[in-house]
Design a protein around this ligand. Structure first.
Ligand code: GAP
Length: 471
């Protein structure tokens, strides 16, 4: 353990190290040298991710009457991505360093020099890069060389050889791995309408994998080439767009606050440059301490108009309109979208939870996760490993608590080490069986992760105690 204080310069390294050491996140294919921009999630990583996902699904589906779930396939018809504009337009501007071969996003280079080049045409980007070159300000951030290529457009779409022998794949039939999950939602709008008969406004929500050939995927799990999105598309009458957009902005903002993110660490960012189909786009940004105190997007809230359904209707030849029985009008519903990255959200919760307590003799690191998000809710220990009566009682308690909560049994090492391990994975409660439990029927000790304080609780009251504490 390091004695360094929780400075923002070192926090990212500490979180990357903790998540590897404690089995949350591993670099993918590590024994072969790794795959850039791809990560695997270990035991605690999947538990944390599942908890975040379930919270989102609960708020989007369980607690609402107007949103339906979906799990659409990663592979979709080749034409779907032509219709959506991704095949022609889902590009980023790329610059290469001729010396060290590092790749950069040209718009990010310009952003570092205070020039906003988001979604700007390649000609504009190259003009601005030339200005920096002439002023001798254009340098590779990796090796310092000034020998950088002009920007060229680079498709973010990931191709596959799905369904046909490689030599018969053409630009027309190539199957892509979806770059966003909402594409599947648009294609299932009609089936949802025909089978579940919802009235407008209604939404379809799904969580799933998306793939993008990101040029610079170098910020741990913040920007990866394979990632999960949690997206909801809200189909509505265009006359209601303004009101519903404000409603969704508020609902999503509140979700972060309700789940323990302080409002000072959040802000809305309004996009001035909009995608051709969008009429409004806001991001919810979180102030990531480990990126040197900077607000970065965790979720986008977009008004997409009727563009998606119109395009898919045009390209498929299938009518995707809606008949309003009250007004007797047919029209293509407009869409509001909320779109969040699951791993990015996990990183946000980790950043917010990472705490170093330097008040004791030794620094104590703990993840102050809300109990309902913590991967493990309760750890159960016998005070000593070599006392069979303590071990048997602790196992008995572990076995009944695990029916209701994600629990861990641990009898390895001294009790201080066991507390430390649970602190680092964010376990809110540790239950210890000691001699008073056995000899005096004095219940067990329950230790609180955040305060380190212990209280005695009767064994028969433990489940109720935990139910009250873990909401
Ligand atoms: N359907 C709209 C859409 O996909 P986006 O802004 O490209 O919009 C939405 O992505 C969210 O998905 C982002 O706010 C972010 O949380 C997540 N995301 C996007 N690209 C990502 C990547 N390469 N790695 C991890 N998360 C990503």
């Amino acid at each position: 353990m390091t004695n360094k204080p929780n400075t923002e310069e070192t926090k990212m390294e500490k979180i990357v190290s903790l998540t590897k050491r404690r089995g949350f996140v591993y670099p993918s294919s590590e024994i072969y040298g790794g795959v850039s921009g791809v990560y695997d999630y270990g035991h605690y990583g999947i538990l944390l991710k599942e908890n975040i996902k379930n919270l989102w699904l609960k708020s989007m589906i369980q607690m609402r009457d107007d949103i339906y779930g979906l799990d659409s396939a990663i592979f979709m018809h080749a034409q779907a991505w032509v219709a959506s504009g991704h095949v022609d337009g889902f590009n980023d501007p790329q610059v290469d360093c001729k010396n060290c071969k590092a790749r950069f996003r040209a718009d990010h280079i310009l952003e570092d020099h205070g020039i906003n080049a988001d979604k700007m045409p390649i000609e504009f980007i190259n003009e601005k890069l030339d200005e920096l070159r002439k002023a001798k300000k254009l340098k590779c951030s990796n090796c310092g060389s000034t020998d950088l290529t002009p920007a060229k457009t680079f498709s973010l779409m990931v191709k596959s050889n799905f369904g046909s022998p490689v030599d018969t794949i053409t630009d027309e039939n190539v199957m892509y791995l979806r770059p966003e999950t909402c594409g599947g939602i648009y294609l299932e709008y009609k089936n949802t309408l025909d089978t579940l008969h919802p009235k407008l406004p209604f939404g379809i929500a799904q969580v799933g994998k998306a793939f993008r050939n990101e040029i610079a995927a170098r910020q741990f799990i913040f920007r990866t080439r394979e990632f999960e999105q949690m997206e909801m598309q809200y189909f509505h009458d265009p006359k209601d767009t303004k009101e519903l957009y404000e409603m969704w902005k508020q609902i999503r903002w509140n979700w972060y606050i309700e789940n323990g993110i302080p409002k000072e660490k959040l802000r809305f960012f309004k996009h001035e440059k909009l995608a051709h189909y969008a009429s409004e786009a806001f991001d919810i940004e979180y102030n990531f301490g480990f990126f040197g105190d900077s607000f970065k997007e965790v979720e986008g809230i977009h008004a997409r108009g009727d563009w998606d359904l119109s395009q898919h209707s045009k390209f498929s030849g299938v009518t995707l309109d809606y008949y309003d029985e009250e007004t007797k009008k047919r029209f293509i519903p407009h869409i509001l979208e909320t779109s969040a990255g699951l791993a990015r959200m996990m990183l946000m919760f980790l950043d917010n939870a990472y705490t170093e307590d330097l008040s004791g003799e030794e620094p104590r690191v703990y993840l102050k996760l809300p109990p309902n998000l913590a991967p493990v809710k309760v750890a159960v220990f016998p005070l000593l490993k070599n006392k069979p009566e303590l071990v048997a009682k602790a196992k008995e308690i572990f076995n009944f608590l695990r029916q209701d909560f994600m629990c861990e049994f641990d009898d390895n090492g001294n009790i201080g080490k066991r507390y430390r391990r649970q602190d680092e994975i964010g376990t809110p409660y540790c239950v210890t069986v000691d001699f008073d439990t056995i000899e005096k029927g004095a219940g067990v000790t329950v230790r609180d992760r955040d305060t380190g304080k212990q209280e005695r609780v009767k064994i028969e009251e433990l489940t109720k105690y935990m139910e009250g504490a873990i909401t």
